[in-house]
Design a protein around this ligand. Structure first.
Ligand code: GDP
Length: 302
């Protein structure tokens, strides 16, 4: 918990510290307080719509004489942020299939931290005693294949890859073939994320998903979208794009250690209604945490 809190330091400094200062010594809730609050919430990347909804709700309470204590308002903000996050957690945890490998197709735009996240997730499963296979479905960039190989070595797991330029679906097919015949517990599939040809990319991802489902009915069991928390509103547009194409079932938000805008977590949850599985709080192998809404909000506000 301490480590999480420490890694969220930038957001705590910019967002929570400012909230605390705003409420410090306040005796009543006035227009000025609401205006400053709005600015703080938007700066923390809570999003305009989320911020306005939150403030509107509080204003109504004040009007109806249900709210007059500034400290109570602060508690409402915290509770509401938690509520936005919890509303998307259905189900919160990854559920592994009873039989056969657990297939996770990982999608996301280049640079968000997809490969790093795959490496970290692999390490998590290995630590839990599971056998993990990585599949290099991003054949577009030679660097992506190399990156995945490096992570494979680091974690001590096998990587199925072909040459750059190979057909991604065929790599994925081979990977599943190998993974099922060797009884792997978990198969993590990396995919391309070049956004300059987003139409082609989405078609490619749809095809990969179809191939997975054909080879292994019921799979992929998770389509995980990786989002970079430092890109704010952009992440939400990416989520919509990927969701329309391949039906995202879970999210990982990376680089929360590098941003003062941690409010993006609540915003993403509210906008996408998709559960956050993991958060990335650093570049190292164990800098990935299972996401827990309560723990996250506590780490921010405590
Ligand atoms: P990809 O193109 O999406 O596969 O991105 P990479 O996995 O190569 O990551 C891009 C950069 O982001 C690398 O320098 C990673 O070390 C860094 N990165 C990934 N996750 C995190 C994180 O949670 N925190 C920080 N600070 N950096 C991260």
């Amino acid at each position: 918990f301490k480590r999480l809190q420490e890694r969220l330091g930038k957001t705590r400094d910019a967002f929570i510290y400012r909230l605390d200062s705003l409420f410090l010594g306040k005796k009543e809730i006035d227009q000025d307080l609401f205006e400053q609050l709005e600015e703080i919430l938007i700066t923390a990347d809570l999003g305009v719509a989320t911020t306005l909804e939150l403030i509107d709700g509080a204003r109504k309470k004040v009007k109806r004489d249900q709210l007059s204590d500034p400290q109570a308002l602060k508690a409402i903000i915290r509770d509401q942020i938690l509520a936005y996050i919890e509303a998307s957690e259905q189900p919160a945890e990854l559920v592994m299939p009873e039989e056969g490998p657990f297939v996770i197709m990982v999608v996301g735009v280049n640079g968000v931290g997809k490969t790093t996240t795959i490496g970290k997730i692999a390490a998590k499963f290995v630590r839990a005693g599971q056998s993990v296979l990585l599949v290099a479905g991003d054949t577009f960039r030679a660097a992506a294949i190399n990156q995945l190989r490096i992570w494979g070595e680091r974690v001590g797991v096998e990587v199925i890859a072909q040459k750059p330029g190979a057909d991604p679906s065929s790599v994925v097919f081979d990977g599943l073939e190998y993974g099922t015949s060797h009884n792997y517990d978990v198969i993590l599939i990396d995919t391309a994320g070049r956004l300059h040809t987003s139409v082609n990319l989405m078609e490619e991802l749809k095809k990969i998903k179809r191939v997975i489902g054909k080879k292994l009915p019921g799979a992929p069991h998770e389509v995980m979208l990786v989002l970079d928390a430092t890109t704010g509103q952009n992440g939400i547009s990416q989520a919509k794009l990927f969701h329309e194409a391949v039906g995202v079932t879970g999210l990982t938000l990376t680089k929360l250690d590098g941003t003062a805008k941690g409010g993006i977590v609540a915003n993403v949850c509210r906008e996408t209604k998709t559960p956050v599985r993991f958060i990335g709080i650093g570049e190292q192998i164990d800098d990935l945490r299972d996401f827990d809404a309560r723990e996250f909000v506590e780490a921010l506000f405590a």
